[in-house]
Design a binder for this molecule. Structure first.
Ligand SMILES: C[S@@+](CC[C@H](N)C(=O)[O-])C[C@H]1O[C@@H](n2cnc3c(N)ncnc32)[C@H](O)[C@@H]1O
Length: 356
């Protein structure tokens, strides 16, 4: 499944980064499911366990990781437990699996209540939130998780449910909960379908960032031409946003899945156009000395849909070739080859039309 491929690729990048610095990591699967499906696909809890167990970095395999699987359906939970026992008869001691046969809201409120009561911080955590519908993921709870400066949220949102609820009075409280306010009501003055969608997604991103998340990445998953769902990722570090975008790029397109940067965006990752990246960099940095390190933070953040491994080859090089990029004379000898850009080299981008 597309969302699993992104998850796997992201965890591969995330685990070693945090393993370098922290005593314990927490991976939460708030809507864990049964762990496997009739079509032979494995579920998100198994993806997460495998990502850690099979990681090529020893530091990750040695890391203390708590996996917290929450599932409200008893049968699915039993299935998941049996599957984990069968698949991993002897998990390493540093990998601890905890289960909660409860609702996501209930289990997380209890965990966070305990942590807050002790005046402690939740361990650095990655929380996967993959509900059916939109009623069980209150924004207030997401904000509580994100109070931890090292928490990240990966949440799928089914637009069809939002859309279905919009016209119905009795469902208003669900949307208030989902967005953490009644600001979504403003959508009622928008008649164009795709503008409505764009507005609601923009609002959701904004709300995610109202707590401590500094970056919110949103992408859409299509199967053929059918929109399957939207995923939002909220993080407090630009590096997290960067790695998530790299994960999306690395697996898209994959089979018949296509990812798009936003709801109305025609941008197709399969045949990328880097002109928007060139324009964004030049708008942000034109006419002053900057380093590739500074540009990487901008590109990696949620202000672009690109990731930081792309901009040297696809933006700086074409800019220099067209005479729109110069290297600081004092840094010229830091360069051993043409069109290469060390992270600390000073360079200047010249606005379009101003180069000679
Ligand atoms: C979309 S599925 C999750 C799939 C799973 N993340 C995966 O990728 O394999 C949603 C799951 O959440 C469970 N569920 C529904 N409401 C829940 C709630 N309020 N709290 C926790 N689990 C819930 C359902 O029983 C179902 O197994």
């Amino acid at each position: 499944m597309g969302k699993h491929l992104v998850l796997k690729s992201y965890l591969n990048a995330w685990l070693p980064i945090l393993s370098r610095w922290h005593g314990r990591l927490l991976i939460i699967d708030g809507f864990a499911g049964p762990g496997e499906y009739n079509n032979g696909h494995v579920g998100s809890p198994i993806i997460a366990l495998d990502a850690a167990l099979q990681h090529r970095h020893q530091a990750v395999r040695d890391q203390e990781i708590v996996f917290y699987f929450v599932e409200s359906n008893k049968k699915r939970m039993e299935h998941l437990k049996a599957l984990v026992d069968e698949k991993y008869p002897s998990l390493p001691k540093n990998f601890i699996v905890r289960y909660a046969s409860a609702t996501f809201d209930g289990a997380m409120s209890e965990l966070l209540g305990y942590v807050e009561e002790q005046n402690r911080q939740l361990a650095p955590c990655f929380a996967m939130i993959d509900p059916f519908g939109v009623s069980d993921t209150p924004m207030s709870l997401i904000h509580r998780i994100l109070k931890n400066p090292k928490a990240e949220i990966y949440i799928s949102v089914m637009y069809e449910f939002i859309n279905r609820f919009l016209g119905s009075r009795e469902f208003r409280p669900h949307l208030d909960n989902l967005f953490g306010s009644n600001d979504w009501c403003r959508v009622q003055s928008i008649s164009d379908r795709s503008e409505r969608k764009e507005f609601l997604y923009g609002l959701y991103k904004e709300k995610l960032k109202e707590s401590r998340a500094t970056n919110a990445v949103h992408f859409e998953l299509y199967k053929g031409y059918r929109h399957v769902y939207s995923i939002f990722f909220a993080t407090q570090s630009w590096v997290g946003a960067d790695k998530m975008k790299a994960a999306i790029w690395s697996i898209a397109p994959s089979g018949d899945f296509v990812f798009r940067g936003s709801a109305n965006d025609e941008f197709d990752i399969a045949s990328p156009d880097f002109n928007p990246l060139i324009n964004a960099i030049s708008e942000e940095f034109a006419n002053r000395w900057v380093t590739p390190k500074q540009i990487a933070q901008f590109v990696g953040s949620d202000r672009t849909i690109y990731h930081s491994s792309q901009f040297k080859k696809n933006a700086l090089k074409p800019l220099e070739k067209s005479g729109r990029l110069i290297i600081h004379p004092d840094d010229a000898d830091k360069r051993t080859r043409r069109f290469t850009y060390r992270d600390d080299i000073r360079l200047r981008i010249i606005e379009e039309g101003q180069n000679t």
